[in-house]
Design a protein around this ligand. Structure first.
Ligand code: PXP
Length: 261
């Protein structure tokens, strides 16, 4: 995800920043949702990931949830072997998940809060309130050679706290922007995301964003210059079910590119 302390990755990060290109992480969780609905072997998130990469995705993102409602351990293990871009594993900061990540070695771990009953991730990680647990997970993962990003609300204190923990990156939730009921609410949320992204970039932290982004609402977020990566899942997989994975990824990349043209 982010260059961090890693030579070749760092170089690419700098090049991409210079080109103003924003990376796209394709979240393939919901291919697995469809599979798990029938507990069969298809559709396969690994196959979807490979097509997404061919279509230009910069990263494959998966969330291994505590309840294993979509992605399973085996998916992550196979993805680790076949993904040629980068693998970003979203997970809770638990001992079980940290041990799993250290074994599988994704390129990046994004630490997210998790509640069993939620439909999808709601809100960011409280890096200030849960400092010790988050710090421990960050340290163990980084010592294991994995970059760590923290999914935090667009709040300056959370950005600063993430930087203090030496996280390589942060990911800002765009769900509230996407779900805003009025123009004012949407604009206020976008400003919050923009300001948090600017603060993160100033501190030298790689800034990603994601949640709820679709083909209609992505453009204003794609225009935010301090955000170097978007992670998009549900809308992209929904569209892929109609037009195919390759077209869905290419269309999203074209929107992101045009937004910055
Ligand atoms: N980023 C994070 C941290 C997430 O938890 C999710 C959902 O798994 C996404 C991005 C993608 O969100 P969506 O599926 O709404 O595009």
């Amino acid at each position: 995800m982010f260059g961090g302390h890693y030579g070749a990755g760092e170089l690419r990060f700098i090049e991409e920043k210079a080109l103003l290109r924003q990376r796209l992480g394709v979240n393939v969780d919901h291919i697995a949702t469809l599979r798990q609905a029938r507990r069969v072997g298809y559709p396969d998130p690994v196959e979807a990931a490979l097509i997404a990469e061919t279509a230009g995705a910069d990263q494959i993102t998966v969330h291994l949830r505590e309840d294993r409602r979509h992605i399973q351990e085996r998916d992550v293990e196979v993805l680790r072997r076949v993904v040629k871009t980068e693998l970003n594993l979203e997970m809770a900061a638990t001992t079980e998940m940290v041990n799993f990540a250290l074994k599988v070695q994704p390129d990046t771990v994004t630490l997210v809060p998790e509640r069993r009953e939620e439909l999808t991730t709601e809100g960011g990680l409280d890096v200030i309130g849960q400092r010790d647990a988050v710090q421990r997970a960050v340290r163990l993962l980084q010592e294991g050679g994995i970059r760590v990003s923290l999914f935090i609300d667009p709040v300056l204190d959370q950005v600063r706290a993430s930087h203090k923990l030496d996280a390589h990156g942060i990911e800002l939730p765009t769900g509230r922007y996407c779900e805003a009921g009025s123009y004012k609410e949407r604009t206020d949320e976008l400003v919050r995301v923009r300001d948090a992204a600017k603060a993160g970039a100033k501190l030298g932290v790689g800034v990603a964003a994601g949640h709820g982004l679709n083909y209609v609402n992505v453009v204003p977020v794609a225009r935010l210059g301090d955000i170097i990566e978007l992670n998009i899942g549900h809308a992209l997989i929904a569209r892929a079910s109609i037009v195919g994975m390759e077209t869905a990824v290419r269309d999203m990349l074209a929107l992101m590119r045009d937004a910055r043209a």
